[in-house]
Design a protein around this ligand. Structure first.
Ligand code: HPA
Ligand code: ZN
Length: 330
């Protein structure tokens, strides 16, 4: 296809990426060996064969189990460096990366180890290649708000040391039954502290969760948000305010949010004037990085070159860079 080369070469931003979701089976096995951790799979092939998900929770169970091989600063560094290499191969110029400290502190890993490993790789890539990045610390919504507050308190002493990278706060994990309202107070605190705010909403949860994220948490971007389409008034509001949605096509397919890529609503959202962007979410688990996500929708939805370009432009508009730095990406 003629558009494929154009898509591959196009400069990109990535705004919805869980660093723990970039852990490829090969690296997972290597880290398991390095750290003497047993994996319940005989081989890389066995592990990949288990990546057959029926919904969000069936993925999360494997995703949290896989993160168990991450123990040292070097492990977090190596995982992040591997992601950056894949992103650069796809011409990603700027990535805003989620990380889930609670997945690690629950296992006794110090939060400082998590920050140091991820930030170390991001800073080395910035220095070496001008690779742009930010870190978004995400709370696990299946845990309590009290637990989120404790994580925030544990991380705040690190803020000065990582002020060049740690810009934002996010909310992820099991969506249904864990509405945004559960985290109203901790988000209010993060807002007072001057963090940029985002939250997953409207992936498996209803459009009402998107409204809650906007009105109660005061987020400036919605992660996923594809179920916003079920509420016409919300659609109008999102278009009018240009509230970015960080959409993840291959993730939606793998987690059965859509049955077939040909049924994905990203082109309809785009044509309705929403600031939709393309992202890879957990690329090691969902079968593709940024270029693969663009290719999948371009083919299945027969996107035009203008639509592809608009998606990439939206990714620049929606990122947390200053207006001056955004103009460099244009
Ligand atoms: N949704 C919710 N939680 C997650 C996701 C997601 O797509 N990826 C990693 N944690
Ligand atoms: Zn996500």
């Amino acid at each position: 296809q003629a558009l494929d080369g154009f898509i591959a070469g196009m400069p990109k931003t990535e705004l919805h990426l869980h660093i723990e979701g970039t852990l490829e089976p090969e690296l997972m096995f290597a880290l398991a060996q390095r750290n003497q951790v047993a994996l319940p799979y005989a081989s890389v092939e066995d592990l990949r064969a288990a990546y057959n998900f029926s919904d969000l929770q069936s993925f999360l169970d494997l995703y949290y189990a896989g993160a168990n091989v991450l123990r040292t600063e070097q492990d977090f560094y190596d995982m992040t460096a591997a992601y950056i290499a894949r992103a650069q191969a796809d011409n990603v110029r700027h990535a805003e990366i989620f990380f889930d400290p609670q997945t690690h502190t629950e296992r006794g890993i110090p939060i400082a180890t998590v920050f140091a490993g991820i930030a170390g790789a991001l800073r080395d890539a910035r220095r070496r290649d001008g690779f742009g990045s930010a870190m978004i610390m995400s709370f696990l919504r299946h845990l309590s708000e009290e637990d989120a507050f404790a994580t925030l308190e544990a991380a705040l002493p690190l803020r000065d040391q990582y002020e060049d990278l740690w810009l934002g706060i996010g909310l992820d994990s099991s969506e249904r039954g864990n509405p945004p309202e559960k985290f109203e107070r901790v988000y209010a605190r993060c807002r007072e502290l001057g963090f940029r705010l985002v939250a997953h909403a409207g992936e498996e949860g209803p459009a009402a969760y998107v409204i809650g994220a906007l009105d109660v948490l005061h987020v400036e971007r919605i992660d996923h948000g594809v179920r916003s389409e079920e509420d016409p008034a919300l659609m109008q509001r999102l278009a009018q305010q240009r509230t970015p949605l960080t959409v993840c096509p291959l993730s939606n397919l793998k987690l059965c949010v859509v049955k077939d890529m040909a049924e994905h609503n990203i082109a309809r959202l785009l044509d309705a004037g929403l600031a939709v962007t393309v992202n890879s979410d957990d690329p090691a688990y969902f079968g593709g990085y940024m270029t693969a996500n663009y290719h999948a929708i371009a083919r299945s939805l027969d996107l035009s070159r203008a639509q592809v370009l608009q998606l990439a432009r939206n990714g620049i508009e929606a990122c947390f860079l200053s207006e001056e730095d955004k103009s460099i990406l244009m």
